[in-house]
Design a protein around this ligand. Sequence first.
Ligand SMILES: [Zn+2]
Ligand SMILES: [Zn+2]
Length: 365
Amino acid sequence: MPRRKPSKMTPRTGAIGHVCFLLLAALGACVLTSNPTAAATLPAAHVRGGDAGKELSTRIILLGTMGGPVVDSSRSEPAALLVVGGIPYLIDAGASVSQQVERAGFKLVDVRHIFITHHHIDHSAGLVSLMSFVWFQRAWNAISLPPVEIYGPPATQFLVGTALSYLSVSERIFRAGAPALALAAPMFQAHDIDHDGVVYRDANITVTAAENTHYTFSSGSPATGRDKSYSYRFDTPQGAVVFTGDTGPSEAVTRLARGAAVLVSEVCLCLRPPGDGVVPPLGDRRPRMPPKGLRAEEDFHSRHEHLTPEEVGVMAARANAKVVLLTHLAPGNLPTDLAQFTAGVQKHFGGTVIAGRDLLEYDIR
Ligand SMILES: [Zn+2]
Ligand SMILES: [Zn+2]
């Protein structure tokens, strides 16, 4: 009898494999991989667009699942790929996004559409490095493609412009030695979203934005516009996938998620004093009460501008979503007891609830 080879799985990927096994047994419809390079074995046409759009498949790959602007070895900062017909759409760009895209089996130049939910640094700090390496991959390999389309709240154009300014010094140095390298600026097109409704459509997807309740304050400037935080709904041939981004309880997000095949939701083990269910209305843009210090500010943020597991469950049930995929776990550096996140959702939601991990992949077929 041949001896079994020792497993090479790390504890973390082993945990993913365990989740995969449970889900496969429960659903028979979900494909999760513990091998970050598995997708790299797909035929090039499958991941490089072109006629790949004819394929009927929609996958979600969680690239980073940490909640909050912190750096930790257990999880990467928020980012996800929605892969429709082989074409990857990137939602948010946390600090490790460039490496995570490649670990998910894609080249950075495959990413041609980016949707930023809001401009907290945990969701956007990786944008400048991603743009830098996209530029270099394209320029060095003389790859000619249409511009990368970057959608986000007001100030997205401002941030993309400043990213190009940051890149321009390195670009100047590289081009001094290799003048034939293409310029970076024409490779990126930024779009500020200043309204709810359909913001993007192609042969694969229709993207609808809804302003959520993550910001309950007034901020921004005449130069960049009032700051907003969005949730996005992606209608695909296999069903709708809704990314909450960061939000507090929200009627608009609940409506946006109606009938979704998958609700990819943030979740926070935030402390809520008993009876504290008061959420400032979205239209109320009065400045906050002067904070009594950072602690008071932090308490307000966690109470009103994020979702407890129970609140995720209520919203998912009211939206009649089929599956809840939890990401942006806060705090995300907890040990393996992910039931802390899922149990509260399951109190109110009867569908499948999955606690996300980096590079967890979910196929909605
Ligand atoms: Zn966040
Ligand atoms: Zn945020």
